[in-house]
Design a protein around this ligand. Structure first.
Ligand code: CUA
Length: 309
C-alpha cells in the first residue's frame, strides 16, 4: 500500500473534492478574465487619456468596473449554487455510516454496524472505494471541523448537534484528514488518516476491528503493566479489563498507521518517545507523560501495544 498520504483538495480522490476542484479552476479562470479586462482598460485609459478624457472614464466605469465583472461573477455564482444540491445530498439508505466525534485533540470513530457489533477505533478511518459513505459528526467539547481535503468539503463538528456529510471516494490510497477549526493548543496536531481500500480489504478490516484483540502469553507482562500503570483509566482494550473512555480505544492499536492523532508514524521508536515525552511531541495533550518508566518498562509497553493487531 502506498502510504504517502495526500492532503490536497486539488489532488482529488472523491466525488465531492472533484466538484470543488472544478469550481476552483473555474473561479481562477474568472478571476483572470476580470483582472485582464480591468488592467487592460486601465492601461488603455491612461495611454489615451489626453485624446478622449470623457469617453475613457465611461469605458472604465461601465466596462471594467461593472459590466464584465458582473457577468463573470454572476456566471460563477450560478455555477457554484447549482453544485450545492449534489454536494449536500444524503447518502443512500444502507450506506456505511460512521460516527466521528471531535475531542481535544483526537477523533473518536464508531462504525454503525447494522448487525449490532461494536466497531470503535480512533484517528484512522477505513473507507471502501466507489461507495458512498455517510458521516455523523459531533464534538465532545469545543467546535472542531472535519476535513479530508482529497475526498470532499469540510463541515463543523458542534457539541450537542449532529452534522451529516456524505463522501464518495473514487480512488484507493491513504489520505490526510485534519481539524479545520481552531480548537486550542494542539489544534494543528489534530489529524487523522483515511485509508481507502477495495471492498474485500474493507470487509476484512471491519471483521478484525469488530473483534477483541487477540492475546498471547508473550503479551501477559505488557498487559499487566498497562493495567497497573493506570493506562486503563483512560483507554479501552477490548478483551482485557481496560475500559477507560477518556482517551482513544487502543484495541487494535498495532494496526494503526499513526500515533497521537496523525502526529507520528506508528513505529516502536516513536511510541517510546510518545510515552515519556508526551508533551514534547504534542503540547497541551491531556495524556500525562510516563517519565518514571524505566527503559525496560517502556520496551515492554511498546511491544505490548504493537502486538495489539
Ligand atoms: Cu479540533 Cu482544531
Amino acid at each position: 500500500m502506498n502510504i504517502s498520504a495526500s492532503q490536497s483538495a486539488l489532488d482529488f480522490a472523491g466525488k465531492g473534492a472533484e466538484r470543488i476542484a472544478e469550481l476552483f479552476y473555474w473561479m481562477t479562470g474568472g478571476a483572470i478574465v476580470i483582472w485582464i479586462v480591468v488592467i487592460g482598460l486601465a492601461v488603455y485609459a491612461v495611454m489615451s487619456r489626453r485624446a478622449h478624457p470623457v469617453r475613457m472614464t465611461h469605458w472604465l466605469v461601465i466596462g471594467g468596473g461593472a459590466v464584465i465583472p458582473t457577468i463573470t461573477l454572476t456566471a460563477l455564482l450560478s455555477y457554484g449554487l447549482a453544485m450545492l444540491p449534489e454536494l449536500q445530498e444524503p447518502a443512500p439508505k444502507g450506506s456505511t455510516t460512521i460516527e466521528v466525534a471531535g475531542v481535544r485533540w483526537w477523533w473518536r470513530v464508531n462504525y454503525l454496524d447494522p448487525s449490532g457489533g461494536r466497531i470503535v477505533t480512533a484517528n484512522e478511518i477505513y473507507l471502501p472505494v466507489d461507495q458512498p459513505v455517510e458521516f455523523k459528526l459531533t464534538s465532545e467539547d469545543v467546535i472542531h471541523s472535519f476535513w479530508i481535503p482529497s475526498l470532499g468539503g469540510k463541515i463543523d463538528m458542534v457539541p450537542g448537534r449532529t452534522n451529516r456529510l456524505k463522501l464518495h471516494p473514487t480512488r484507493e490510497g491513504v489520505f490526510h484528514g485534519v481539524c479545520a477549526e481552531f480548537c486550542g493548543e494542539a489544534h494543528a496536531q489534530m489529524r487523522f488518516r483515511v485509508v481507502v481500500t477495495d471492498q474485500n480489504a474493507f470487509d476484512e478490516w471491519l471483521e478484525t476491528q469488530s473483534q477483541a484483540s487477540k492475546s498471547s502469553s508473550e503479551m501477559a507482562e505488557g498487559e499487566a503493566m498497562f493495567l497497573s500503570r493506570g493506562c486503563s483509566a483512560c483507554h479501552t482494550i477490548r478483551g482485557t479489563s481496560a475500559d477507560g473512555m477518556v482517551g482513544p480505544d487502543l484495541t487494535h492499536f498495532g494496526s494503526r498507521l499513526s500515533i497521537a492523532a496523525g502526529v507520528l508514524d506508528n513505529t516502536p521508536q516513536n511510541l517510546a518517545r510518545w510515552l515519556v515525552d508526551t508533551h514534547g511531541v504534542k503540547p497541551g495533550v491531556e495524556m500525562p507523560a510516563f517519565e518514571s518508566l524505566s527503559g525496560e518498562e517502556v520496551d515492554t509497553l511498546v511491544r505490548y501495544l504493537g502486538a495489539l493487531q
